[in-house]
Design a protein around this ligand. Structure first.
Ligand SMILES: [Mg+2]
Length: 171
């Protein structure tokens, strides 16, 4: 069950970051689209800005997104954090760079995202903590719709095994 999240929460605000810190997590990798913001938004809402600002006191906070540089850069600037665009998740090429740059082990990194195939796939491949959140909005990118098709199949398989149910949050 490679896509099975370690933690599943409704959104980024419901994640118990204190617990993650106590567990030895030092770096939080956030997905951008439908995790931090809607796909068609160029704004960071106040609540998100406040959360990220606070998290930066305790963690290395990064964005790893498959979206183009032009879009990702806007959010990196607004949140004043480091990150990667065009990252081709579930490829973990960015994770290798992150581990080297910040001298981190897999054990001390968590990914937070709204997709099984890309985000949880990245977490599985990189052997890092996988945190799944519901997408902020229903609207997805076209490419994401393809992933969602497979995601739904995987989810129903996990559901039959009593491992995962949409909306049944756990940690
Ligand atoms: Mg996303």
């Amino acid at each position: 069950m490679k896509y099975l999240p370690d933690i599943y929460k409704k959104n980024i605000f419901d994640v118990n970051y204190k617990k993650l810190k106590d567990k030895g997590i030092k770096c939080l990798i956030f997905d951008l689209d439908n995790t931090l913001t809607k796909i068609d938004s160029l704004e960071v809402d106040k609540k998100t800005l406040k959360l990220i600002t606070n998290l930066k006191k305790d963690f290395i906070v990064l964005i790893v997104s498959n979206s183009p540089k032009k879009r990702v850069k806007i959010f990196l600037n607004k949140l004043n954090i480091d990150g990667y665009s065009f990252s081709l998740k579930p490829s973990i090429r960015t994770l290798k760079k992150i581990k080297e740059k910040y001298n981190l082990s897999s054990k001390s990194i968590a990914i937070i995202g709204d997709q099984f195939i890309t985000d949880m796939g990245y977490g599985y491949k990189g052997k890092i903590t996988k945190i799944f959140v519901d997408p902020i909005a229903i609207k997805d990118l076209k490419i994401t719709n393809v992933n969602r098709f497979f995601e739904n199949k995987i989810m129903s398989r996990y559901n039959k095994l009593n491992k995962f149910k949409k909306g049944k949050y756990y940690e």
